[in-house]
Ligand binder design. Structure first.
Ligand code: KE4
Length: 431
């Protein structure tokens, strides 16, 4: 069914005259999947409504933050309440204490926390802190993991194994990535070799413990435990980038699911309830290095602003209820099992990785354990599936490298609609 998009088309044409690519973040442009993006006018529960009055069942959830669905009443009321008194004061406010306490009591590895305004700010600050605390410079990261757009993260693996990186974007000087080493996710041998090669020079290893930016890939058992052991043995810090997985895969994040404690954790998305918030936190003795307590500088005009704090508090208070995660687990399994069963019935190549409301879909029959594996999957098939779902008013993320997110507002009958649509897609593929 071709859906109306006259208004989105006009808005996109205007937007491209005003903003690069017509968007304020590249992945929204639909460049990866083709077609034009839908300009969304409002969200409500499991739905988003575009300017042409199409109502989509949403599985992007604003790239993760909206775990409680769109227009959550408690979050909305908390924002209305706080703006009665103003929006920002550039001073400490009590709501920062409240949100900090909610996070510290949920995430065992965090004794102290600093709020910033995005995931990128959180990860770049965590790396600076790790370098300041250890007095070392080198950082290990993994291909396919995304930690935001700070220069030091915009690099690809160097030519040989465990050699220094090369920039992956113009504007990033080689000097900046000369201290970054990119290795293969799930390859603990490469990490061991890097620690041997650069003995006592590695400040930290940063990793998405369950990836969401090469879609959803879970670490092999020896990988995450191996990172923990190697960092401890070499007096380097293990940084879990939980901007996506924090309060998403479990109340205590992926570190609770995997039973591995990092030295620093970065957070974002869900902790802001749809408003701009990032955070980084960890053990007291590490966090005490952050200004003004310690020498490592980091600051932000709107960090901890009462409006964002209020939305975060309202969100995390609702997530303290265990029933939320058991429900999300249940509906995620219902969707992933349904997709797998239908793909088997029709012999349609599909792998589905599901971790409590984060789901990765790969159009392939082979296992997917690393970035190289995903590049061998059929991206074109994902794009065809994306378009088919969109024409049936189901909004999957507009990139094969992104994760699906379920909110608590997604019900079984919504998933039945998705499964019926997928079944029709498979039948049509065969004809
Ligand atoms: P932000 O600066 O976009 O708030 O966070 C950066 C970031 C850091 N770490 C992880 C694990 C992340 O997933 C992200 C941002 N995620 C992307 C979606 N894959 C944001 C969407 C976008 O770039 O528009």
């Amino acid at each position: 069914m071709k859906i109306k998009n006259i208004k989105s088309k006009k808005l996109f044409s205007d937007a491209k005259k005003l903003m690069p690519g017509g968007v304020n973040s590249p992945v929204r442009s639909f460049k990866a999947v083709g077609g034009i993006p839908h300009f969304i006018a409002k969200g409500d529960g499991p739905f988003i409504f575009d300017e042409d009055d199409n109502r989509f069942l949403d599985f992007t959830c604003s790239w993760g933050p909206l775990i409680l669905g769109h227009n959550n009443k408690i979050v909305k009321d908390s924002i209305k309440e706080v703006i009665e008194f103003g929006t920002s004061f550039g001073t400490p406010t009590r709501r920062e204490n409240i949100l900090a306490e909610l996070i510290i009591e949920a995430v065992e590895s965090i004794d102290k926390i600093r709020f910033v305004n995005s995931g990128t700010e959180a990860t770049m600050s965590a790396v600076r802190l790790a370098r300041g605390f250890t007095g070392k410079d080198l950082i290990i990261k993994f291909e396919g993991c995304y930690h935001g757009h700070a220069d030091l993260f915009l690099s690809n693996a160097g030519s040989g194994l465990a050699t220094f990186d090369q920039p992956s974007s113009p504007g990033v000087p080689q000097s900046v990535v000369d201290s970054t080493i990119t290795l293969d996710f799930n390859n603990i041998k490469q990490v061991e070799n890097a620690f041997k090669k650069y003995e006592n020079k590695i400040a930290a290893v940063i990793v998405e413990p369950i990836t969401g930016n090469m879609s959803v890939i879970k670490p092999k058992n020896d990988f995450i435990n191996g990172l923990r052991e190697l960092c401890t043995k070499n007096n380097s810090l293990l940084i879990f980038d939980e901007v996506m997985t924090g309060f998403r895969v479990k109340h205590g994040g992926a570190q609770e699911l995997l039973s591995v404690k990092p030295d620093l954790t970065t957070l974002g998305k869900v902790i802001g309830g749809g408003l701009p918030v990032g955070a980084y936190g960890g053990r007291k003795e590490i966090m005490s290095f952050i200004a003004p307590e310690g020498p490592v500088y980091q600051a932000g005009t709107l960090s901890g602003n009462p409006v964002s704090m209020s939305a975060g508090i309202a969100t995390l208070k609702q997530l303290k209820n265990d029933k939320v995660y058991s429900y999300l687990n249940e509906i995620s399994k219902y969707l992933s099992d349904g997709l797998k069963n239908i793909s088997e019935i029709h012999s349609y190549p599909l792998i589905v990785n599901e971790f409590c409301s984060m789901i990765g879909i790969f159009c392939t029959d082979n296992t997917v354990n690393s970035y190289k594996d995903i590049t061998k999957t059929c991206i074109d098939n994902y794009n065809m599936l994306h378009r088919y779902f969109l024409d049936n008013l189901i909004y999957f993320p507009p990139s094969a490298y992104e994760a699906l997110f379920l909110s608590t507002k997604i019900k079984h009958h919504h998933i039945d609609h998705v499964l019926d649509t997928f079944n029709k897609f498979c039948v049509e593929q065969k004809n």
